[in-house]
Design a protein around this ligand. Structure first.
Ligand code: BES
Ligand code: MN
Ligand code: ZN
Length: 499
């Protein structure tokens, strides 16, 4: 863990991190001494986004300065700032500097507000400091977190706000990095039971959270035939993990979060080609995201009622696997024709969406690495958002702009609902619109939507939104501001949404 502080007058630092804009005024640059001015004059460092330059000042107090570019002032937003902070931290790791200082530009505190700037800065440092390296045997090859980081240029009367933002940032950072860690953990270790234990451990740290875990027998008793169908090809028992954090008013209905917890997705009998099977340890990121959200909610002591439902199992081929052509029965008795066993996420989620009804929720939001199609549509810097509830869309989009995590609305609609109709069952687990695999993200969402209905009235049982996590991990390669693997997308936005 990095220790954060506000810098004192004349404090020494092994290296000063100096973020600069492309259109920084000459006067402002002169404040930082002749070396910085000189480098700017030579045009070696122009301040373009994420450009870095390490300078040696020849001074005792601050022997090194790392310049980091922020781009043009008018383009500054939370995302650019977080990326610049993260990139500066990553570029200084491994250099064995023990004390660092960072200048916080006035434009940053002005645009975001001091408290939010403190939170975002510390969060970006924390996310950049994490590396999934516990399986490396050479200690030298592991990443050492920065020891001490002091912030400069926070005025006296703003110090309190900055401090309280920093505290929130530290809480968010540990929740998000735990989620990343769970998802990065290899699938032979990260089993459904392991994930359930992780949820129980969170409840040990935060006793305001209650965890219950339903095993195979209980899931069977509840009649979750779709969830069990997916799980039956695996040697590992399924777990239905429930986290409840009820710190809100007794009369207030809970927000229910649902997360896809496939600990490994081989595709099942509709086996994935090998090139598509790597990274499928990340298929429990929906569950890890809601786990991290509940953890952060409790750590921040938000006065909210939140329930997280995490169906967790593996999708494996074998003599006992469910098959294409099977018909599975959901816990509310609805039948599902299986066209492809690789469309398993929606099957485990449909039982969770049915189960959610018993809470009479205020709203339900599910998170799932549900379709490759969503990645094809959006790439992995943005996740798909689906809902018919305009107020949820609006609030969710607003929250994502606040955090710099990017969401993009994708459609639900009649043609997608039509596409998943079945000749032999109530609904089919695959369908397309106009061509093979067309509209895969929307037909998957329409399948989930089917189970958000009250089957007696045909009305929605609760307001519902679905997030297809197309940007929850960076495969083998990272970004300048964050390392490869899971990136924890969604937790911060959910906290913003719930706050
Ligand atoms: N877990 C995958 C979706 C996925 C693929 C997430 C790649 C992240 C990266 C999901 O279970 C799946 O296999 N979906 C299929 C659905 C198809 C069979 C209708 C897909 O997207 O190809
Ligand atoms: Mn699949
Ligand atoms: Zn999957």
């Amino acid at each position: 863990m990095t220790a954060f502080s506000l810098a004192k007058e004349g404090q020494k630092a092994d290296c000063l991190i100096l973020p600069l804009f492309e259109d920084e005024g000459d006067k402002d640059i002169q404040r930082f001494g002749t070396v910085v001015s000189h480098v700017r004059g030579l045009k070696d460092f122009e301040g373009k986004k994420l450009q870095t330059s390490l300078l040696y000042t020849g001074e005792k107090e601050t022997p090194r300065v790392l310049l980091i570019g922020l781009g043009k002032k008018k383009d500054l937003n939370v995302r650019t700032w977080k990326h610049a902070v993260g990139a500066s931290v990553i570029s200084l790791q491994g250099k064995k500097y023990t004390s660092l200082a960072m200048v916080i530009p006035d434009d940053v505190t002005k645009l975001f507000g001091t408290k939010k700037a403190g939170r975002q800065t510390v969060l970006a440092v924390g996310l950049a400091s994490y590396a999934f390296d516990e399986h490396k045997s050479e200690k030298d090859a592991r990443v050492e977190p920065l020891k001490h980081l002091a912030f400069l240029n926070i005025s006296g009367n703003e110090k309190r706000a900055w401090q309280s933002g920093m505290e929130e940032g530290v809480i968010l950072e540990s929740a998000i990095n735990e989620t990343r860690h769970l998802a990065n953990t290899p699938p032979t270790i990260m089993t459904p039971v392991f994930l359930a234990k992780a949820a129980q451990n969170v409840a040990k740290t935060f006793p305001s959270i209650k965890v219950s875990v339903l095993g195979k027998a209980e899931v069977k008793n509840l009649g979750m035939g779709c969830f069990l169908g997916v799980a039956q090809g695996s040697a590992l028992p399924p777990q239905f993990i429930i986290m409840e954090y009820m710190a809100g008013k007794k009369t207030e209905k809970p927000t229910v979060l649902v997360g896809k917890g496939i600990t490994f997705d081989s595709g099942g009998l509709s086996l994935k080609p090998s090139a598509y099977m790597t990274d499928m340890k990340f298929d429990m990121l929906g569950a890890a995201t809601v786990l991290g959200t509940v953890r952060a909610t409790a750590a921040l002591a938000l006065k909210k009622n939140i329930v997280a439902l995490m169906p967790a199992c593996e999708n494996m081929p074998g003599g006992e696997s469910y098959r294409p052509d099977d018909i599975l029965v959901n816990m509310e008795g609805k039948t599902v024709e299986i066209g492809n066993t690789d469309a398993e996420g929606r099957l485990i989620l449909c039982d969770a969406l049915s189960y959610a009804k018993k809470y009479r929720p205020k709203e339900v939001i599910d998170f799932a690495t549900l379709t490759g199609a969503c990645m094809v549509a959006l790439g992995n810097e943005r996740s798909g958002l689906f809902s018919q509830e305009e107020s949820m869309i609006e609030k969710m989009m607003k929250s994502s702009v606040e955090t710099g995590e990017q969401l993009w609305r994708l459609p639900l609609g009649e043609e997608y609902t039509e596409a998943i109709k079945s000749e032999v069952a109530d609904v089919a687990n695959v369908g397309d619109v106009g061509g093979r695999g067309y509209a895969g993200a929307s037909t998957a969402a329409a399948f989930l939507e089917f189970f958000t209905k009250n089957f007696e009235t045909g009305e929605s049982a609760y307001p519902w939104a679905h997030i297809d996590l197309s940007c929850s991990y960076y495969g083998g390669k990272g970004k300048p501001w964050i390392r490869h693997g899971a990136n924890g997308f969604g937790i911060e936005t959910m906290i913003e949404y719930l706050s």
